[in-house]
Design a protein around this ligand. Sequence first.
Ligand code: NAP
Length: 248
Amino acid sequence: MKLTYPHTLALVTGASRGIGKSIAQALAQEGLTVLCVSRSEAGCQDTLAAIAESGGTAHALAVDVADPDAVEAACKTINDRWGAVSILVNNAGITADNLLLRMKNKEWDDVLATNLSSCFYWCRGLVSGMTQKRWGRIVNITSVSGLRGNAGQANYAAAKAGMIGFTKSIARELASRNITANAVAPGFIQTDMTHGLSEDIKEKILPHIPLKRFGVAADISAMVTFLCAQEANFITGQTFTVDGGMVM
Ligand code: NAP
């Protein structure tokens, strides 16, 4: 199916590597101009180079998504320089795993701020531009941990579950403006985030994946690209699990 995008400016957070890089590349491949956010401008240079090589257009922005003032300032700059963002993908995320009794306040606060609060900051900052165009797409990258919990990830699972409630609420709130909001819940995807897991843990996870492989970033970007297209215009408030069948 040929997908269509009536408006051409997209923003992807956490676009310097992994899933976010793949999403940025896939949207650029569809002809969108992609604003790539990570903590440093240098961080997204690889992404920009890959997009330029395939004939696409992208720009890098250094924004700490956990900092409300930084996001607010970035939204203003974007609006002044490029105009309204019509497609927002909240993908930036971190983990800081620990057992409940050992979890530090900072581990809790950082994970909640980077994964969950950031979605609120970006949506609040960019939604008025979508409202004016009466067209918008918001996709929040949650996790299967947010659907079923995970020992050692109380902070991350709480943030990712919070993203699902947030997505459903804004989907209801923004529907009348023709803005959709959906969440995508990846399972185990091979990126830097999962690179550090021991072979032992990976061997324990694999038998629980019916499709018998770990995912790759392109498995997620395929779903996101569809949800951002005009053709997904009757889909909102949903969470799509992309995990090889692990959660059914
Ligand atoms: P990754 O390879 O670790 O990349 C994380 C991205 O987030 C990087 O681009 C990083 O940018 C950015 N980021 C982190 N903190 C940031 C901050 N404060 N401000 C701006 N950018 C920040 O992770 P990934 O595996 O691609 O994961 C992407 C998303 O998918 C995350 O939300 C993650 O929770 C979710 N997810 C991943 C998996 C998986 O198996 N990999 C499974 C379920 C869900 P810089 O460090 O360059 O600034």
